[in-house]
Design a protein around this ligand. Structure first.
Ligand code: ATR
Length: 273
């Protein structure tokens, strides 16, 4: 069977092995998929060893996506724009191809799984790090009314708004600049969840009946998901669906076949209870 793996640091709670194993069963593809704890210091050595040893493809997660971008010999346009790579594939000529399936994974979860229409929505994106960078273009392609990026360090939000300004109506600001304007969809792409925190947001920033989405996920509802419920969101969910969708896109890059995501999302959810 062909070998695949996810590299990350830490990696213990990764759901990727179970997701790809379920995809393989569903499609009848013969492969194995494991998780390996790889710190940044040994990333390049481990990637080379994995491919030299017969491995066919890798996912890379926090904090390795920028390093994965660097190690790729060729990259997709969306990987170039996000300056991060979450999927590496060994080409027949021995070169390494890098792609980033996070943005499309988020948009598929929002539009296909949750049934949202992004066109015309006022969207607020919290955070201006690597996770935000990867989702801006896919979001703008769906024609929201506008996209505001708010970040603890406002300069980083200004810079992203500047960089992607040609693709749609986009503005950067700090959290304290968020005033009375309300939003239909608030996406959390900050690392605050990992610290059990939620960025300080003004009351009423979420339109009544609006949506909240945390790009992070956990076995318990994340602090931001709880914040959204408290703020009266019609839907407030974590990034489990995005995780499965980005994995399906990676599976397709490697195997040329697209697995169905719905049964896998349902299986993961039922495991948690
Ligand atoms: P990632 O690849 O996950 O996006 P990153 O590039 O390090 O990681 O970016 C982390 C993001 O989370 C940044 O937007 C960061 O804000 P700063 O740019 O001001 O550092 C944000 N962040 C991290 N901890 C946070 C917290 N406790 N409250 C609010 N924002 C936080």
């Amino acid at each position: 069977a062909d070998r695949y793996a996810v590299f990350g640091h830490p990696i213990a709670h990764s759901k990727s092995p179970i997701i790809h194993t379920l995809f393989a069963e569903q499609t009848g593809e013969r492969l194995t998929y494991t998780a390996q704890d790889v710190p940044p210091e040994t990333f390049e050595t481990e990637v080379r060893a994995f491919f030299a040893g017969g491995g066919k493809g890798l996912n890379c997660t926090v904090p390795l996506k920028e390093l994965a971008w660097k190690i790729a010999d060729h990259r997709s346009q969306r990987a170039e724009l996000s300056r991060a790579v979450n999927t590496l594939a060994l080409r027949p000529d021995g070169t390494i191809y890098g792609d980033n399936t996070d943005g499309i994974g988020l948009v598929r979860d929002l539009t296909v799984n949750l049934g949202l229409t992004l066109k015309g929505l006022r969207i607020l994106l919290l955070g201006a790090g690597g996770a935000s960078r990867g989702v801006i273009k896919p979001l703008l392609e769906h024609g929201p009314a506008h996209l505001v990026i708010a970040n603890r360090t406002p300069e980083k939000a200004f810079q992203l708004a500047d960089e992607f300004g040609d693709l749609g109506l986009i503005k950067g600001c700090g959290f304290s600049d968020l005033g009375t304007e309300s939003f239909d969809l608030i996406l959390n792409a900050t690392a605050a969840s990992l610290a059990g925190e939620v960025p300080a947001l003004p009351k009423n920033i979420l339109q009544t009946g609006g949506y909240c989405y945390d790009l992070a996920y956990g076995s318990e509802p994340t602090p931001f998901v709880l914040w959204g419920r408290d703020a009266g969101a019609a839907v407030s969910v974590d990034g489990l669906g995005m995780l499965v969708e980005q994995a399906a896109e990676a599976f397709q890059i490697w195997r040329g076949i697209r697995p169905e995501t719905r049964p896998v999302i349902d299986a993961l959810k039922s495991r948690e209870h």
